[in-house]
Design a protein around this ligand. Structure first.
Ligand code: NAD
Length: 267
C-alpha cells in the first residue's frame, strides 16, 4: 500500500533530471500516485519525455503558465483523462537575468511583471482551475525560498515573487479550505538546478549554506520530495497555509557566521 494510492497528481515545472519537480514526481509515483506532467514548451521536450518514460507516464503536456488558454487546456485534459485531481504541484519560476543581481532599485517594471506573473500569479491561475477537479478535497504545493523572508544577495525580483507566493499560499488556503483543499509551500535550501544557475554567485551560496546550516549539509531534490509526499498525502490532513522549511535548519539562524569565522574577527 502506497501513501498516494488512488490519487492523481498534476506536476508543473519539470525541465530535467535535476529539477525539484523530478524529485517530487519520483516520490509521489513511488507511493502509487497517477502522475500527469507539464513542462514549459518545445525546447524542454528532449529532456522531459525520457524522464516521463522512466515512470511510464504518458500524460506529458506543454503549458506556458503565462497563458490562460494553455492553463485552461491542460486542466481540461486532466479532467478528460482522470475526471478529477488530488494533488497539484507548482515548481515554476522565472526572472530575466538582469533582474537578478545588479542593484535592486534597477528592477524594471516589465521585468517585475514577468517574474511575478510566471512565479507567483500562476499559482492562483492553477488553483482556480484545480478547485472544481478536487472533488474529494486536495493538496496544492509550491516551492519557495528564504529570500522571501530575509535579504539574500542577488535574489532581488525573485525574492519579491516568493514573498507574493507565500502570501498567496495563505490566502488560497483560507479560500479553498472549506472545500477540503489544503495549500502549502516548501521553502527549500539551495539546490543546483537550471533555475538556480540563473542566480549570480549561486555556487558560493551553496558552499556557504553547507558550512553554516545547523545540520551542516545541503538539501537534495529527494529531501524536498519526501516533504512534498507528506504534504500531498493524508499524513498532513490538518496542515494548511504553511511554509515548511526544508533547509537543514538555515532559517533559524540569527548569525550565520561559523565559530571559526567569528574567532578570526577578534584575533
Ligand atoms: N534550486 C533551488 O535552490 C531552489 C530553492 C528554493 C526554491 N526553488 C524553487 O523551486 C522551483 C523549481 O525550480 P528548480 O530549482 O527545480 O529549477 P528548474 O529550472 O528545474 O525548474 C523551474 C521550472 O520553471 C519552468 N518555467 C519557467 N517559466 C515557465 C513558464 N512561463 N511556463 C511554464 N513553466 C515555466 C521551467 O521550464 C522549469 O521547468 C522554483 O519555484 C524555484 O524558485 C528552487
Amino acid at each position: 500500500m502506497g501513501l498516494m494510492d488512488g490519487k492523481v497528481a498534476l506536476i508543473f515545472g519539470l525541465a530535467n533530471k535535476n529539477s525539484i519537480a523530478w524529485g517530487i514526481t519520483k516520490r509521489l509515483h513511488d507511493e502509487g500516485a497517477a502522475i500527469a506532467l507539464s513542462y514549459a514548451g518545445e525546447i524542454m521536450e528532449k529532456r522531459v519525455f525520457p524522464l516521463a518514460n522512466e515512470i511510464n507516464c504518458d500524460f506529458v503536456e506543454p503549458c506556458d503558465v503565462t497563458s490562460d488558454e494553455q492553463l485552461d487546456a491542460i486542466f481540461a485534459k486532466v479532467k478528460d483523462r482522470y475526471g478529477r485531481l488530488d494533488t497539484l504541484v507548482h515548481c515554476v519560476a522565472f526572472a530575466n537575468r538582469e533582474d537578478l543581481g545588479g542593484r535592486f532599485v534597477d528592477i524594471s517594471r516589465e521585468g517585475f511583471k514577468l517574474a511575478l506573473d510566471i512565479s507567483a500569479y500562476s499559482l492562483i491561475g492553477m488553483a482556480k482551475r484545480a478547485e472544481p477537479l478536487m472533488t474529494d478535497g486536495g493538496s496544492i504545493i509550491s516551492l519557495t525560498y528564504y529570500a522571501a523572508e530575509k535579504v539574500m544577495p542577488k535574489y532581488h525580483v525573485m525574492a519579491v515573487a516568493k514573498a507574493a507566493l507565500e502570501t498567496i499560499t495563505r490566502y488560497l488556503a483560507n479560500d479553498l479550505g472549506p472545500k477540503g483543499i489544503r495549500v502549502n509551500a516548501i521553502s527549500a535550501g539551495p539546490i543546483k538546478t537550471l533555475a538556480a544557475a540563473g542566480v549570480p554567485g549561486f555556487r558560493m551560496m551553496l558552499k556557504y549554506s553547507e558550512k553554516a546550516a545547523p545540520l551542516r549539509r545541503l538539501v537534495s531534490q529527494e529531501d524536498v520530495g519526501d516533504t512534498a509526499l507528506y504534504l500531498a498525502s493524508d499524513l498532513s490532513r490538518n496542515v494548511t497555509g504553511e511554509t515548511i522549511h526544508v533547509d537543514a535548519g538555515y532559517n533559524i539562524l540569527g548569525l550565520t557566521a561559523t565559530e571559526d569565522e567569528l574567532a578570526g574577527l577578534v584575533e
